[in-house]
Ligand binder design. Sequence first.
Ligand code: MN
Length: 421
Amino acid sequence: MSKANDPSLRSWVTVKPESDFPIQNLPFGVFKTATGNARIGVAIGEYILDLQALAKSGLLDTVAFDKNLLSKDTLNQFITLGKHVTNAVRERISELLNENNQELQGKAELKSRVLVKQSEAQMLKPVYVPNYTDFYSSREHATNVGAMFRDPKNALLPNWLHLPVGYHGRASSIVVSGTPIHRPKGQTKADTDEMPSFGPSKSVDFELEIAFITGKPTQLGESISTEEVESHIFGLVLFNDWSARDIQKWEYVPLGPFLAKNFGSSVSPWVVTLEALEPFKVEGPIQEPAVLPYLKYGGKKNYEINLEVEIKTASGKSKIVSHSNFKYMYWNMCQQLAHQTVNGCNIAVGDMYASGTISGPEPDSYGSMLEITWGGKNPVQMPDGTERKFINDGDTVVLKGYAKKDGVRVGFGECSGMIIE
Ligand code: MN
């Protein structure tokens, strides 16, 4: 494990106990300030360490790479350098931010130039996303949806326990946290209606997901084994796969999600590296029946990451409607990417692979309003006296996530989006 993960490390930058960004995390993102260009930074406490400015000072000279890549408006080219570079940069930053290191700490003027308050910066979408896949890998979620949309007795379709079901989603409409999402219009048809009708969706929902971002590409015809997958994953973000349930119900047979999903997906701006999450690995659920050989894996491949979903109403009242955990996933990321590429499908740097809705076993751990309200049958009571079956115009949905162990909290910040007309 990287020495940057050592729980005893402390930074000279103040990091509050509830912060997602201690020295053990150091996630990468792209930001802009009122006066500067888009550039790459690393989160520490309430600050961003500006890597463009840090490189100009010479303090990154110990890691050899083209420093111009730190002045790009996406992480793609930086990530393409490979883990031997990106991990070395994370480890060098860990040294520079260490309370026992004076190289940066001791230079007041430089410090004020390379540390930018997060509250004074605008975060951008961290990567250009060439391709996006959405999996369906939570057994609890697939069982709940299958029970509601089809048959409670046979909720899981016959393939579900044999392969990580997924579909190719829409990359162009992935937006960074904070971007408003327009309520989609489309065709819907209730079971009681004879003909479909057209109009704004009446059941806009969130899906609580985590997506991994690939950093090492493959050529057409190549496959990635479960043992190799981790070398291809740069890091993870929170992912809200906004969904219009009424449109989905009518359109999804036989080819799956289309306009119910492609109107927008929100991602958190900070990419937490796979290396920073290494201490939080846990065993996944037992897979029975046994999977085919190409989906077998060794070691711990799930991650204990606490997740929550909050709905903030236009009147400013808010309620946490779900507490879930990434550890519940039935199919892990190694199996997902091995499956995605087993037929020779090529992957690119910046691709996003979303987990599928992360639902836990209890109703308060379900990852969508569809499940929490059981198709609208049990509305959520909001603190302002209103109730929610789905998401209203003016509501903001906020996803949060963090892992915690040995007193170290490694988090993602937040992934928020407001539904507007
Ligand atoms: Mn989804």
